[in-house]
Design a protein around this ligand. Structure first.
Ligand SMILES: Nc1ncnc2c1ncn2[C@@H]1O[C@H](COP(=O)(O)OP(=O)(O)OP(=O)(O)O)[C@@H](O)[C@H]1O
Length: 267
């Protein structure tokens, strides 16, 4: 039995089989980190299991991106431990299992390549830099179709809207058969009409058993869509079901007195 997502099987099965002995996808234990002697993440312990859909929220400069880099092994904790799929995050080397969509991904002008070429890169960990087989190309095209980008497959990535670019990079992760999708503020630059559709896509990937972890500034969107919320402001102020976050005192404590309600537009 495996806790890996069913996306690779064509998504026919709606649930993820779990194995009692499978380690959490992400496990941070008492992690502290500072760029200087001042910690920006302090004593953070978080465990995320396969198939969860989690949003990290917090005010500007509260350590959200730093936390993502710690759990992806891009930064080494000053103290505590960070594990990815049961392995020390900095030593983790099965990069295809993790699809990371950074903020502003694909906006560089040095990237005049098409959506299909971007998504094709998702196969490289599996085939090296060799030629893709017909089966690999089917996986690429299915990934593009899953994110609703078939009509734009030959469009240059630099000629897409913010939301379309996000979809292209999610497709690259799907082509790599990622089990974990990590997104840093994915709806920045996405027009309001497309935000719901974007969350619909994340929901369907979650239904396929993919673990979804995102940083989101839109608190309303978080409580509507993510299943679990982690509210960070150097330390964790709240970690629980998103439905319980709405009126949480933690919201006011983490964001300050101006953010007592989610309808106030604070972020
Ligand atoms: N490379 C760096 N070197 C030094 N300080 C940094 C670096 N990156 C971030 N910081 C500082 O660490 C703190 C946390 O930053 P981080 O980017 O993790 O916050 P964030 O919650 O993601 O912020 P935002 O919501 O504004 O993107 C901030 O005070 C920031 O200025």
């Amino acid at each position: 039995m495996t806790a890996r997502s069913h996306y690779r099987d064509g998504g026919d099965e709606a649930t993820t089989e779990s194995n009692e002995t499978e380690p959490p996808v992400i496990e941070l234990t008492d992690v502290s980190f500072g760029y200087t002697s001042m910690p920006v993440v302090e004593d953070v312990s978080v465990s995320i299991d396969a198939g969860e859909y989690v949003a990290v929220v917090g005010p500007n400069g509260s350590g959200k991106s730093t936390l993502m880099q710690l759990l992806l092994g891009l930064l080494d904790p000053d103290s505590g431990t960070a594990q990815l799929f049961g392995v020390d995050a900095t030593a983790f080397d099965d990069g295809a299992r993790v699809g990371y969509v950074a903020q502003g991904a694909g906006t560089s002008r040095e990237m005049p390549i098409t959506v299909r070429e971007v998504v094709k890169m998702g196969r490289f960990p599996h085939v090296g830099f060799g030629r893709l087989s017909a089966a690999d190309w089917r996986i690429v095209d299915r990934a593009i179709d899953t994110v609703g980008m078939s009509a734009f497959a030959d469009r240059r990535i630099t000629q897409l809207s913010g939301g379309q670019r996000q979809r292209a990079f999610i497709a690259r992760a799907l082509a790599g058969e990622a089990d974990l999708l990590v997104l840093d503020e994915p709806t920045v630059g996405v027009d309001t009409e497309s935000v719901d559709a974007f969350y619909g896509l994340l929901e369907s990937l979650h239904d396929d058993g993919i673990t979804v972890l995102l940083i989101e500034h839109d608190l309303q969107a978080v409580t509507e869509h993510a299943k679990r919320v982690i509210c960070l402001n150097r330390e964790i102020y709240f970690d629980g079901p998103s439905a319980e976050f709405t009126d949480s005192a933690a919201l006011a404590r983490a964001f300050g007195t101006g953010a007592r309600s989610l309808t106030g537009g604070n972020s």
